[in-house]
Design a protein around this ligand. Structure first.
Ligand SMILES: [Zn+2]
Length: 94
């Protein structure tokens, strides 16, 4: 089945549970992309709207779903692209 809608990807920052994610959102369908599965610099360059069709990548209706999915990527890549909100830092040693 071919995708029939024309996407309008824009870059957004979404937040859920103290985690902030920068990713692409389609203004036509409100779907979110996983920034680890797609190159968001291509699909939604900063300050630009595109209609690139993305195939074979997961899309999400809610930020929660997206973040749950991103956790499955594993902690390495996860921590690179997502920055937890600060506030729990403890100085260690001396
Ligand atoms: Zn992903």
């Amino acid at each position: 089945m071919a995708l029939s809608w024309e996407p309008r990807w824009v870059r957004v920052k979404v937040k859920c549970g103290g985690i902030e994610v920068t990713t692409c959102k389609d203004l036509s369908t409100n779907l979110l992309l996983c920034p680890l599965c797609v190159d968001i610099n291509k699909v939604c360059p900063e300050g630009k709207e595109t209609n690139i069709s993305v195939e074979d990548v997961p899309t999400f209706f809610t930020v929660e779903d997206l973040i749950n999915h991103m956790k499955t990527h594993g902690s390495h890549r996860y921590s690179k692209k997502i920055k937890p909100v600060k506030g729990f830092e403890r100085p260690e040693g001396s």
